[in-house]
Design a protein around this ligand. Sequence first.
Ligand SMILES: C[S@@+](CC[C@H](N)C(=O)[O-])C[C@H]1O[C@@H](n2cnc3c(N)ncnc32)[C@H](O)[C@@H]1O
Length: 249
Amino acid sequence: MRDPFRILNTLEAAYVLDVATGRGDFIKILRDNLKSYIKIIGVDSSDKNVDRAQKLFPENDIEIYQMNLESLRLDDNTFDLVTIADSLHHLENMEAIFSEMLRVLKPGGSLLVMEMYSDGDQTDAQQTHIMLHNWLAAIDRKLGVYHHNIYMQDEILSFMNKLGLDDLVVDAFYHPVDNPKDAKNCETLKRTCQESFKRLESLEDNEELIAEGDSLLDRINNIGCASASKLLIKGIKPLSNKKENLKEK
Ligand SMILES: C[S@@+](CC[C@H](N)C(=O)[O-])C[C@H]1O[C@@H](n2cnc3c(N)ncnc32)[C@H](O)[C@@H]1O
């Protein structure tokens, strides 16, 4: 399989910001694949995730901070590369957050988005992942936590197209799985289902979600699971503000 992160091998980005860093999985990918960097900063609002990511990266050139993405405590035009991975569907106010990401990105710098999608030609095992994700998202929503279903490719692309970036490059990829019923992966997912059943216990009108969870457990046993396909999208922040230029004409 071709390397989905080869786009990073050519990037010499001195100062990198990864937003919605979570536990730091994408920072590992940046650290291991960028051609060069001086510093990677990760930011997230969850104190638990920030704590875990801080412990994961003891190196001096990776720093993790707790921050709300809607009001980043960072200067304008600071970063050569700003990234967000596997998180669009967790952002309640996507416009405000991308406006902040673009504010701190230098003109000529790159914005990189990685996000799974739900449509297109995906295997039965990938469909299990999509259904499982959307079941977990429905439980979160019932508990008052913002969690959107996995977006379709057009939804992600039409959002990206509105940002006014130059040289947009779009790639789609997935990690093929030899045996989707592979015990380790499936055991983890089954544990996630069991934990979610416990979360459901406290909710009223939970019968439909419980039945859906039961059928998902059967599906994991019978078909297995593999990660949904992802889009990797890169664009450049224009050197001049196109909207300003238009006003001047
Ligand atoms: C799926 S996780 C991130 C995964 C991560 N990018 C990785 O590579 O492992 C989504 C993250 O978005 C964060 N998040 C959602 N809305 C946020 C906001 N407004 N400000 C800061 N973090 C936010 C959550 O705290 C959560 O850690």
